[in-house]
Structures are given as structure tokens and as C-alpha cells.
Design a protein around this ligand. Structure first.
Ligand SMILES: C[S@@+](CC[C@H](N)C(=O)[O-])C[C@H]1O[C@@H](n2cnc3c(N)ncnc32)[C@H](O)[C@@H]1O
Length: 197
């Protein structure tokens, strides 16, 4: 890959792990109140996730949300990716997502793209979306930001082209009658949940 597109991994590690106080109050130190954890807790019990693939998370950070997946699906069925494996798990692949050997990525039945963000590391975020959504098995789910992202990456178009049916997370909550009045509606509206046909 052209080096122009690679963000500096050392700066990125410093930003993501040593500067959490600058990420905004709404990340709640990536604990139970962080929106990924809050959403996962509510949607996992109602989703029909195929058993044929692994459960993935792109961007695991300190693993609060990832541990929800492990507790629900079993640690051996989960795989995470991040610049640092600060909790020293054997099921986390450490390093930049763009360096991951593609043929070592397993088939997945669920994956959430929470890698950095479209403003800070658009190339890596898009790379994760394209490569990992293409590993989803039939009937499996992929979750990530929608096309209103700051890089204007046309997520809905990509997911259509890869044979996914998508809806926004707010619709999904409403269709499944999952309470969400305490969650940020704009976050739910700007996340896409896609199922592979
Ligand atoms: C928003 S945090 C993830 C939070 C986590 N999903 C949770 O729910 O607690 C974003 C993560 O993406 C990781 N990240 C950023 N750029 C990356 C890259 N190029 N490759 C792998 N991970 C990356 C950061 O290290 C950071 O831990």
C-alpha cells in the first residue's frame, strides 16, 4: 500500500490509549455507557445470528464491549482487532487493520466496525468495512456508521453491492420493540445494521 494512506501507528496508539479524556464525554471512557456497549446489550438477545461464523469486533480498545460479545457467544467464538491488545487476550489480533493478512480473517456471522472514526482514519475505517463485510456469511450481520459519515463513504451503496439488506439502528430497535428512549437517537439513526442475503 502507498505509505501516503497509512496513519502513523505510534501517534494513533497515543491518541487512542493515552488521550481518552480528549475523545469527548459521550464515550464514557469506553465502559458500559459507551453507545456500542449499550446497544449490544439490548440487541444481542433478539438477533438471530448464524452459528457458522465467528463474532468480530474491529476496534476493541479496553474490551468492555468485546467482553459482552465473549460472555454472550463464548470467548472461543470471538475475534477482535486493534492497534493494541491491552488486555492481553489470545483472541485479539494486534496491529493496524490494513496489515492483517486477508486470508487469515475467518468467516464471520457478526461484526461491528468501531475502528477509530471516519474523520481521523478514513482509509483504515473504510478498509475494515470493505474487507470484513465481505467475510460475513449468509444471514450474518454487519454493523457500522452509515453514509452520513465525515468521509462521505457511501456505506449503503457498498453494502447493497455486497448483497446486504440494511436498515438504520433506530428502525431496528423500533421493529423489535427494544426500548431506546434513554439512548441518543442521532447515534441510532446514523448506524446501519446490515444482514447478508
Ligand atoms: C472507538 S474505539 C473502540 C471502542 C470499543 N469498540 C468499545 O466498544 O469499547 C476505536 C478503536 O479503534 C482502534 N483503531 C484505530 N485505528 C486502527 C487501525 N488502523 N487498526 C486497528 N485498530 C485501530 C483504536 O486503537 C481504538 O481502540
Amino acid at each position: 500500500m502507498n505509505d501516503f494512506y497509512k496513519v502513523n501507528p505510534q501517534n494513533e496508539v497515543d491518541y487512542w490509549f493515552n488521550n481518552i479524556e480528549n475523545h469527548g464525554e459521550d464515550v464514557y471512557s469506553y465502559g458500559p455507557k459507551y453507545y456500542v456497549a449499550a446497544i449490544l446489550k439490548r440487541i444481542l438477545p433478539v438477533m438471530k445470528i448464524p452459528k457458522s461464523g465467528k463474532i468480530g469486533m474491529l476496534g476493541t480498545h479496553k474490551c468492555y464491549s468485546f467482553s459482552l460479545l465473549e460472555n454472550f457467544f463464548g470467548r472461543e467464538n470471538c475475534i477482535g482487532y486493534d492497534l493494541l491488545n491491552i488486555t492481553n487476550r489470545s483472541n485479539i489480533i494486534e496491529g493496524s487493520i490494513v496489515e492483517v493478512e486477508k486470508n487469515l480473517i475467518p468467516q464471520l456471522s457478526f461484526c461491528w466496525n468501531d475502528l477509530g472514526n471516519y474523520s481521523r482514519n478514513p482509509y483504515e475505517k473504510m478498509f475494515g468495512q470493505i474487507v470484513f463485510s465481505n467475510k460475513i456469511v449468509k444471514g450474518g450481520f454487519f454493523i457500522g456508521r452509515d453514509g452520513s459519515n465525515r468521509a462521505r463513504f457511501p456505506v449503503e451503496t457498498l453494502m447493497n453491492e455486497l448483497n446486504f439488506e440494511s436498515t438504520n439502528m433506530l428502525n431496528f430497535f423500533n421493529e423489535k420493540n427494544i426500548p431506546c428512549s434513554d439512548l441518543d437517537e442521532s447515534v441510532l439513526k446514523s448506524h446501519l445494521i446490515s444482514i447478508r442475503k
